[in-house]
Design a protein around this ligand. Structure first.
Ligand code: DLL
Length: 432
C-alpha cells in the first residue's frame, strides 16, 4: 500500500530527531513569547527558551493538563490573535466547562495532511469513497476525517451520525469503500445490516478507520467478520489536533504517531520518562501548532511506545492499543479494572454480542460489579440450562482475568442502549 508523504513517513530516525529538535526550539520560544500561561510556568521552573537545544531537553518543560484548558476557557491559551483562528472545536467533559481548541489556516493544513496519511494507511486513494459517520460539529471526528479524505481527492459522503437505516442505504447505494466511525458504531452497523435485510455482499466496503474510544482485538475480529473489511485503529484527541495523531498501517502492530508534528512520551507513575515498550501515561507536545500549541499535554491515556522497525517502512514510533484512561480505570474493591479487559473476556466467549455495559454499585460498603451483556441472536430462546452454564463460565473467566468476582447478567438482544458516538460502557452508581 502506498504512502501519502513518503519522504516524511519513511525518513530516518536521525533526520526525524533533528527535525524535532529544531521544531521544539522554535515552539518553546514561540509559547514563551506569546502565551502568558507558559511564560509564568517556565519562569517558576527557571527554564528559559535558551535552555532547549535538542528534543531530549523536553523533560525540562512544564506539563499541561485538561484543567489548564478549562481554567483558561475559552481562548486563554491561544497563541495567535483571535482573527487568525479560523476554526474552533470543543469536547465536553463529564463535569465543568467545555475544552475549547482552535486552529489557524496552517493548523488545518497540518491536520488534513496527517489525516490524509492516516486514511492512506487504510487504503484510501483518489478513487475511494469515504463514508464519514463520525459526528460533524464541535466533535473533531467528522470534519477531521472529511478534510483528510478531501486532501487525498477521495469522494466523501458526510453522513455524520444518526439514522442508522439511512446510513445503511447510503453505504450501499453510494458504494462506500471506507467507513469512518467509532468501533462500537461499526459493530452496531454490522448487526443492523442483517436485521434490516441487507446482504453484505451487495456493499463495496473494503476498510474502516475506527477510533475515538478504546477497543480490543476481539472487537476488531467481530467488525471485520460482520462488515467483511479490514479494520484500522486511528487515535487522536481534540487538544492535540483531533483524529489522525496516530494510525495503524497494514502491519497492524501499533499506531504510527506522526512524529514530525506530535512528539510522544510515556511517563511512569512518578511522571518520569519510561523506556520504550513499557506502559504508562501518554504525553504529547505539539511541534508545529500555531493557534493552540501545547507543551507535554497529559492525555491520561495508558499505552506503550515501540520504535523497532515496521515492515511497512514507516519510521515513526508506534503506540500500542490504548489500555484505558487513567481516569476511566475503575477501582473495584481495590482492584484496578479496565473495561477493555472485560470486553476481551466477553468476546472470546462467543454466543454474546459486542454490546455490553458495566454497572458498578455498592452494597454494605462493598463495591459490586455487574456485567450486562447481550446474548447473540438465537441464543435467547435456547434452553435455560445452557444459558445458565454460559453465564457461570463467563463469571469464572472474568474472575481469573480480573482477579475479582463480577456478576454477569445476560440480557435479550437489542436491550443495551446503543450509541452513535462513543459507547457508554460504564454506569457507576457509587457516586450517586
Ligand atoms: O475522540 C478524536 C478522534 C475522533 C479520534 C475520531 C479518533 C477518531 P476527543 O473527543 O478529544 O477526541 O477524545 C480523545 O478519546 O484521549 C482517548 O481516551 C480516546 N481515544 C481516541 N482515539 C482512540 C483510540 C477524539 N483509537 C480521547 N483508541 C483520547 C482508544 C481513543 N481511545
Amino acid at each position: 500500500m502506498g504512502y501519502f508523504n513518503k519522504a516524511i513517513e519513511t525518513m530516518s530516525r536521525a533526520e526525524l530527531e533533528t527535525l524535532q529538535s529544531e521544531r521544539l526550539k522554535n515552539l518553546v520560544a514561540y509559547v514563551y513569547e506569546r502565551v502568558p500561561f507558559y511564560r509564568e510556568k517556565m519562569n517558576a521552573m527557571r527554564v528559559k527558551p535558551s535552555d532547549i537545544h535538542t528534543i531530549a531537553d523536553i523533560v525540562k518543560l512544564p506539563f499541561t493538563e485538561k484543567t489548564d484548558l478549562r481554567d483558561n476557557y475559552p481562548f486563554g491559551l491561544f497563541a495567535v490573535p483571535e482573527r487568525e483562528v479560523v476554526r474552533v472545536h470543543a469536547s465536553s467533559g463529564t463535569t465543568g466547562k467545555l475544552t475549547v481548541v482552535g486552529y489557524t489556516k496552517a493548523d488545518l493544513d497540518v491536520w488534513s495532511e496527517v489525516m490524509a496519511r492516516s486514511l492512506t494507511c487504510a487504503g484510501v486513494t483518489a478513487d475511494s469513497t469515504v463514508h464519514v459517520s463520525y459526528g460533524y460539529g464541535l466533535f473533531t471526528g467528522g470534519l477531521g476525517a472529511h478534510d483528510g479524505a478531501s486532501k487525498i481527492g477521495a469522494r466523501v459522503v458526510p453522513a455524520s451520525s444518526g439514522n442508522t437505516a439511512r446510513q445503511l442505504m447510503l453505504l450501499k447505494d453510494f458504494k462506500a469503500t471506507t467507513l469512518c466511525c467509532t468501533p462500537s458504531y461499526a459493530a452496531y452497523l454490522g448487526d443492523a445490516l442483517y436485521e434490516n435485510g441487507y446482504d453484505i455482499r451487495d456493499f463495496s466496503l473494503k476498510s474502516g478507520l475506527f477510533g475515538a474510544e478504546p477497543w480490543t482485538e476481539e472487537m476488531r475480529a467481530e467488525i471485520e467478520k460482520k462488515l467483511r473489511i479490514k479494520a484500522y485503529d486511528v487515535y487522536g484527541l481534540s487538544e492535540i489536533m483531533g483524529p489522525g495523531v496516530s494510525v495503524e498501517c497494514e502491519a497492524q502492530n501499533g499506531m504510527h504517531v506522526w512524529e514530525d508534528h506530535f512528539f510522544p512520551e510515556i511517563l511512569d507513575d512518578d511522571l518520569q520518562p519510561a523506556p520504550y515498550g513499557e506502559q504508562g501515561e501518554l504525553v504529547f507536545t505539539t511541534l508545529t501548532k500555531q493557534a493552540l500549541p501545547l507543551l507535554r499535554y497529559r492525555t491520561k491515556d495508558i499505552c506503550s511506545l515501540h520504535v523497532d522497525p515496521c515492515p511497512c517502512g514507516r519510521t515513526h514510533v508506534r503506540m500500542g492499543k490504548i489500555m484505558g484512561r487513567k481516569d476511566d480505570m475503575l477501582i473495584i474493591r481495590g482492584v484496578n479494572v479496565f473495561p477493555s479487559q472485560i470486553e476481551t473476556v466477553l468476546l472470546q466467549m462467543g454466543n454474546v454480542s459486542p454490546h455490553y455495559q458495566l454497572v458498578v454499585g455498592r452494597e454494605n460498603n462493598t463495591d459490586t460489579l455487574e456485567v450486562r451483556v447481550e446474548l447473540a441472536q438465537g441464543m435467547f430462546s435456547d434452553e435455560v440450562k445452557h444459558i445458565e452454564a454460559l453465564r457461570s463460565d463467563m463469571e469464572s473467566r472474568l474472575h481469573s482475568a480480573l482477579g475479582l468476582s463480577a456478576r454477569v447478567k445476560l440480557v435479550e438482544p437489542n436491550t443495551i442502549p446503543r450509541s452513535e458516538g462513543k459507547a457508554v460502557r460504564v454506569v457507576d452508581n457509587r457516586k450517586l
